[in-house]
Design a protein around this ligand. Structure first.
Ligand SMILES: [Zn+2]
Length: 120
């Protein structure tokens, strides 16, 4: 199990193990957040935070919300607005606690333009 937390610890997640790869996305939000995304089925992601403790940020009519801690500002994960349990969810592996992710491969997703992985 891998556990993640924002800097102040109010927003926490856990996932069962290594993701297949980490994604660095070039879209206008992810590039700013500096996130390294790890994808899991939503049913495998355990979230622990108080709803009023976070900022939910949606933009561009997308079907997802970026979640950031309202106190320390770290972007911890994003949530799909689709409630189906097999929906893919991504956590920001930069929040991982006591977990070395440097063995994972890093893929760049061109969210700014083509919406494809650049290694495809
Ligand atoms: Zn925090």
């Amino acid at each position: 199990m891998i556990e993640g937390a924002c800097h102040c610890g109010q927003v926490r997640w856990s996932v069962p193990g290594d993701p297949e790869w980490l994604t660095s996305c070039t879209c206008s939000y992810c590039a700013r957040a500096g996130a390294l995304w790890a994808a899991y089925p939503a049913r495998d992601v355990v979230l622990n935070y108080a709803p009023l403790a976070v900022i939910r940020y949606e933009h561009g009519g997308r079907s997802l919300a970026f979640i950031s801690c309202g106190t320390c500002g770290c972007t911890t994960h994003y949530e799909s607005n689709d409630p189906a349990p097999d929906t893919r969810m991504k956590v920001n592996m930069r929040m991982a606690v006591n977990y070395d992710f440097t063995h994972l491969s890093l893929r760049v997703f061109d969210g700014a333009d083509s919406w494809r992985y650049l290694d495809e």
